[in-house]
Write a protein that binds this ligand. Structure first.
Ligand code: 5GP
Ligand code: ZN
Length: 135
C-alpha cells in the first residue's frame, strides 16, 4: 500500500525526482537531501511501512541483503574508509520521516559525521534484572 501524504512513497514511486542509484521491484535507493557524509543514501521500500514494527519480515530480509550489496558498491565507488547502516524507529529514536528507511552512510577518516551515544555504567545486578524482564 502507498500512503497519500507520504513523501517517501512519492519518491520511491518515482513521482518526485530523486538521485537514484539503484532500483528494483521492491526498493529505490536515493541520495539523502541532508547528508551526514559524502554519498549518504537511503533505502526506501516502494510499499509504505511506517517503521520496523510494521514492515513485512521477508521485505526486511531483502532490505538487509540490499544494504550489504549497496555498502560493497558504494565503498568501491566512493573509496570510503568505513560504513554506518542506521535505521531509526519512532520520534524518540530520531525518526523524522515515518516511512521505513535504512540510512547508508559512507564514513571517511576525517569526516565530521556525528554518530554514537553516551556510554553509561551498568552493574551485573542491573543486567540480571533486565534479563529477568525477558523471562
Ligand atoms: P530519519 O531521521 O527519519 O531516520 O531520516 C530521514 C532522512 O530523510 C533525513 O536524513 C533527511 O535528510 C532525509 N530526507 C527528508 N526529506 C527528504 C527528501 O525529500 N528527499 C531526500 N532525498 N531525503 C530526504
Ligand atoms: Zn510512505
Amino acid at each position: 500500500m502507498k500512503k497519500d501524504d507520504c513523501i517517501f512513497c512519492k519518491i520511491a514511486a518515482g513521482e518526485i525526482p530523486s538521485g537514484t542509484i539503484y532500483e528494483d521491484h521492491d526498493f529505490r535507493v536515493i541520495f539523502d537531501r541532508g547528508p551526514a557524509a559524502k554519498g549518504h543514501a537511503l533505502i526506501l521500500p516502494k510499499e509504505h511501512y511506517a517503521d520496523i514494527y510494521e514492515i513485512d519480515d521477508d521485505l526486511l530480509a531483502k532490505a538487509a541483503a540490499l544494504a550489504k550489496k549497496m555498502a560493497v558498491r558504494m565503498t568501491s565507488v566512493l573509496g570510503c574508509d568505513g560504513f554506518n547502516i542506521v535505521q531509526n524507529n519512532g520520534q524518540a529514536a530520531g525518526q523524522t520521516v515515518f516511512h521505513f528507511h535504512m540510512h547508508l552512510i559512507p564514513r571517511y577518516k576525517n569526516d565530521d559525521a556525528k554518530m554514537g551515544w553516551k556510554v553509561h555504567d551498568i552493574t551485573d545486578e542491573e543486567i540480571a534484572a533486565l534479563v529477568a524482564e525477558f523471562n
